[in-house]
Write a protein that binds this ligand. Structure first.
Ligand SMILES: [Zn+2]
Length: 222
């Protein structure tokens, strides 16, 4: 993680203490996250097996309060929210059955998203979950925003979009890898991450996300 992202995270956290805030979940004034919305972020891990053979554990349903809080983190840069979301992620990572030697690999943000936000979402969530991530994946090319794309278009959009940092990967051979992302939608991004890692000879044992779109949404390809 770069010095710049450390500074921008700390700065955002410091500003959050000074500036008036509204609850990220329900707009109640003067608190970053009210007790009721905090309760909505208590993890209830679920499991989904993707067609590509990747088992994903997710802490929350991506709807209501959880969806709003995740959007506030990602789109409004309210990085303080990574703490409660990281706690939820921790439950998903533990549900994925991580072992002592497991390596948590964050899905990298696209270059465009990094420029827009100034911080990478998945590595921040991993740190707030109390784990150390290993940045093995990097964008291989630009991708379009996945929002608004249907299932097939998402898969095409991300195919071949990630590459493995081979120098680091060499030290991770034979260690179980759990891929980590913020939200599971169609699974296209996680499958692309698994493809890149497996092609590099690494062992992917599963994935964990903070939230997953409820199944009815995946049935309508959203
Ligand atoms: Zn609230």
């Amino acid at each position: 993680m770069s010095i710049l992202s450390v500074v921008s995270e700390s700065l955002a956290d410091a500003l959050a203490l000074l500036l008036p805030v509204e609850c990220a979940g329900c707009d109640t004034e003067d608190q970053a996250l009210c007790a009721g919305c905090r309760g909505a972020l208590v993890p209830r891990p679920t499991r989904r097996l993707l067609d590509g053979g990747v088992e994903v554990h997710s802490a929350l349903a991506f709807e209501g309060v959880a969806a709003r809080v995740i959007r506030c983190l990602k789109e409004d840069g309210r990085t303080g929210l990574a703490t409660p979301l990281g706690s939820a992620l921790r439950a998903a990572v533990l549900a994925a059955g991580v072992t002592e030697d497991a390596v948590l690999v964050p899905v990298p943000s696209s270059r465009a998203a990094m420029r827009r936000r100034g911080f990478a979402v998945a590595p921040l969530l991993i740190r707030r979950a109390g784990f150390r991530g290993v940045t093995l994946l990097a964008p291989a090319r630009a991708t379009a925003d996945q929002r608004g794309l249907d299932r097939d278009a998402r898969a095409r959009n991300v195919a071949g979009s990630l590459r493995v940092r081979m120098g680091r990967a060499a030290r991770m051979r034979d260690r179980p890898i759990v891929i980590v992302d913020d939200v599971l939608t169609t699974g296209a991004t996680l499958l692309e991450a698994a493809r890149a890692l497996r092609t590099a000879g690494l062992v992917v044992t599963g994935a964990a996300t903070v939230a997953a779109t409820p199944r009815r949404s995946s049935a309508t390809h959203r």
